[in-house]
Design a protein around this ligand. Structure first.
Ligand code: SAH
Ligand code: SF4
Length: 398
């Protein structure tokens, strides 16, 4: 396997700074983005839509918002004028605001988005030759404190609403200009072809909103992303894993990162609650319950911590019997990070052992490093950190 070439900006990084009002205007109108079909149905009836028409109106409005990317009720031309006025009075179609957008030399785009309450989250778009992946956030900050993760140094501020999660997908499609043009031939190439819940936060600690948001994203009358093009990454919140299979059915990635409880306790502290054995037992059932093929084991390569040949051999023994692939993630440094990335030779030797045991073991190419958009580098600068660099280093040594 070839080591990815280091990312050196070939072109200057562009950064658009948009001016934003300091105080967002208060609005009493309800945002329709992120409502499930059932919630939208109820909202329309509450606003005075006759019950016998409500189902049809849901279908029409849904298509305008999620298929055509329309944000203004006045453009919903298959609805009567009076009805459009009523909708505009009661509802809005509101998205998170882009505060900054940075474009890396490798084409990766990082958006800093402002949501209600003035909080900020990051969303990253990663273009590749045959697909484009949008990495979205599920929380502002994170309650967990994985010692190698930048987001983990930030306090949990709050869960994102379903609307804010779906909103990230809509913002990216707006920015990329990815909405169908009426009358134009159907374009099958998708810019946002995959969604990964690998941004800020632990998605399974915000289960209901993540589920509702993914239902909207998967709906065939709108954005229509197949459940096999959505990957949810979890640090291993065991009680929610079977629920994810049953209620979302997307692909699952697990932040595994270590092959002994001792090391995993240190890297992913939630392991003290649900250890490796408990986690693996929950994972064994996932492919059957979700009707998906295999689980991705994410494994961050930390120099001298979890990257030995012995670790690689232990890893394949542990996951035996689980349909799996192992995604090796070269550690991405962040200011004050207490670890170093394993050498390319080490990563390749590790990958080789896993591969020879019969598991695909791709090495994830770091993308957008020059704009701090790579895995584990996300953190909103405006939120107060909970740990100093010295504290982080002391914990990692412990
Ligand atoms: N909270 C979820 C999803 C967000 S993290 C989870 O932990 O799975 C997305 C992925 O990036 C996880 O596999 C995480 O372990 C990894 N990651 C975090 N910090 C990293 C870093 N500094 N370098 C490389 N990968 C990192
Ligand atoms: Fe939270 Fe995931 Fe980072 Fe751990 S790796 S601190 S669970 S975002």
């Amino acid at each position: 396997m070839n080591a990815p070439s280091p990312v050196t900006p070939a072109a200057p990084i562009t950064q658009d700074l948009l001016t934003i009002p300091r105080k967002l205007p208060e609005t009493a109108r309800r945002n329709l983005v992120g409502l499930t079909r059932a919630q939208l149905h109820e909202a329309l009836i509450e606003a005075g839509t006759p019950e016998r028409q409500a189902k049809m109106r849901v279908g029409q409005i849904w298509q305008w918002i999620y298929h055509w990317g329309v944000r203004d009720f006045a453009q919903m031309t298959n609805l009567a004028k009076d009805y459009r006025a009523l909708l505009a009075e009661r509802f809005e179609i509101a998205l998170p605001e882009i505060v900054t957008r940075q474009i890396s030399a490798d084409g990766t785009r990082k958006y800093l988005l402002r949501i209600n309450g003035g909080h900020e989250v990051e969303t990253v778009y990663i273009p590749e030759e045959s697909r484009g992946t949008l990495c979205i956030s599920s929380q502002v900050g994170c309650t967990l404190t994985c010692s190698f993760c930048h987001t983990g140094t930030q306090k949990l501020v709050r869960n994102l609403t379903a609307g804010e999660i779906v909103g990230q997908v809509l913002v990216a499609r707006d920015d990329l200009g990815e909405w169908p043009k009426p009358g134009a031939p159907k374009d099958e190439t998708r810019l946002v072809s995959n969604v990964v819940l690998m941004g800020m936060g632990e998605p399974l600690y915000n289960f209901d909103n993540v589920r509702d948001a993914m239902k909207v994203v998967m709906d065939g009358e709108g954005i229509s992303l197949s459940r096999r093009r959505i990957t949810l990454s979890t640090s291993g919140i065991v009680p929610e894993i079977a629920k994810t299979a049953e209620e979302i059915g997307c692909l699952l990635a697990v932040s595994f990162h270590a092959t002994t409880d001792e090391t995993r306790d240190r890297l992913v502290p939630v392991n003290k609650k649900w250890n490796i054995e408990t986690l693996l037992n929950a994972l064994r059932d996932y492919p059957r319950l979700s009707n998906s093929e295999r689980i991705t084991f994410e494994y961050v390569m930390l120099d001298g911590v979890n990257d030995s040949d012995e670790d690689a051999r232990r890893l394949v023994r542990l996951i035996r019997g689980i349909p799996a692939k192992v995604n090796l993630i070269p550690f991405n440094e962040w200011p004050g990070s207490p670890y170093r990335r394993s050498s390319w030779e080490r990563i390749e030797a590790f990958a080789d052992i896993v591969h020879k045991a019969g598991y695909a073991s791709p090495i994830r190419t770091p993308r957008g490093e020059d704009i701090m958009a790579a895995c584990g580098q996300l953190k909103s600068a405006t939120e107060r950190g909970r740990k100093s660099a010295a504290q982080i280093a002391a914990e990692a040594r412990a």
